[in-house]
Design a protein around this ligand. Structure first.
Ligand SMILES: Cc1ncc(COP(=O)(O)O)c(C=O)c1O
Length: 344
């Protein structure tokens, strides 16, 4: 269904240089989409189309950070975000995450920027509680800090009602809301977006122009049309059913065959779950993940997402790229890996 149609957009000169902020039709489509799907009230002028969420993080770093500035990130967290901020000379400080999300009381006072994944914390999977969301915004206001809300996979929700994004709760214009089409469509498409406060609009647009001019106009036009025709929404509805089946199979196996070894971290969204080892033994997690990978099961350890050693022992299991009927096979291999590492 997804087929970039060259020249199919409404641009008069699809081959010429274009707006650094992205194709106007796509910016308008994204503004409507986030309003409808996520209650992010915005207009096309606040949307900057980016080369994936990653470029949105890079542009924010270019615009807001000076070398030595402190950036707070979740620990464990998303390594490419950490790396993007560090690449701009920031001092990146990990802040612990508990069952309510980022522990706001542990934020370093000097942080200029706080990067969070409130819908589905990466990689633990917890949602930031409503109280924490308000605490974080209050903290940012009191400390004159900006907040990057990476809403990378909230399209896929399997339980509960979605919580209001930070962007919708933010009265101070401090939140940059970042989204991506990597999960809903294809990572290789390299299309994402940032919804930026008016105060940052022209700086982010200028940063994009300096970075790489602008994105792929024909692809952006095609995506705009795909969205306008309701095909993205339909695609998400269809794929959500597929992912729900995979997820149920995964959760059933984790609560069944794997229950002696792990406890699943509760989560309601996304395309991965995190399971903590009951033994708390990180060396076992490493050994089990290595064995499972050797048996063809793609699992990652929680430690792979930490900047500092320590923390609970865990495994991160994705279901974006496995068929539902293959899930039990993978989990049986994982259970075998646990038995082999810890016989009996
Ligand atoms: C936390 C987080 N943010 C963003 C992304 C997507 O990044 P991009 O849009 O650059 O592909 C991912 C993909 O795994 C992710 O886990």
């Amino acid at each position: 269904e997804w087929r970039p149609r060259r020249g199919a957009g409404r641009d008069r000169e699809p081959g010429g240089y274009a707006d650094p902020a992205g194709h106007p039709d796509l910016r308008a489509a994204v503004a409507r989409y986030v309003a409808y799907a996520r209650s992010v009230r915005t207009g096309a002028d606040d949307v900057v189309v980016t080369n994936g969420a990653q470029q949105a993080l890079d542009l924010v770093a270019r615009v807001l950070l000076a070398p030595g500035d402190v950036v707070a990130v979740e620990e464990p967290g998303y390594p490419p975000a950490r790396e993007a901020f560090a690449a701009h000379g920031a001092r990146v400080v990990g802040v612990p995450v508990d069952g309510e999300g980022l522990v706001v009381s542990r934020l370093p006072r000097a942080a200029r920027l706080v990067y969070v994944t409130p819908s589905h914390q990466f990689p633990l999977g917890v949602a930031m509680s409503p109280r924490r969301r308000l605490d974080l915004l209050a903290w940012a206001g009191a400390h004159d800090a900006a907040v990057v809300e990476d809403d990378y996979d909230s399209e896929y929700r399997f339980a509960d009602r979605p919580l209001e994004p930070l962007h919708a709760l933010d009265a101070g214009g401090r939140v940059v809301y970042v989204g991506t089409f990597s999960k809903t469509l294809l990572p290789g498409l390299r299309l994402g977006f940032a919804v930026v406060p008016p105060s940052l609009r022209s700086a982010v647009r200028a940063a994009r122009r300096l970075a790489d001019g602008h994105g792929p106009v024909a692809t952006e036009a095609a995506l705009a049309r795909f969205m306008d025709e309701g095909l993205l929404a339909r695609h998400i509805r269809r794929t959500a059913k597929v992912y729900a089946r995979r997820r149920s199979a995964l959760l059933a196996g984790l609560a069944g065959e794997l229950a002696p070894y792990v406890e699943t971290v509760p989560s309601a969204a996304g395309l991965h779950v995190c399971a903590l080892l009951r033994s708390g033994d990180r060396a076992v997690a490493d050994a089990v993940a290595a064995r499972a990978r050797a048996a063809g099961v793609a699992v990652e350890t929680l430690a792979a997402y930490r900047a500092e050693p320590g923390g609970p022992a865990g495994l991160v299991l994705g279901y974006g790229a496995i068929e539902a009927d293959e899930v039990p096979v993978g989990l049986t291999a994982l259970a075998a890996a646990f038995r082999a590492v810890r016989p009996g």
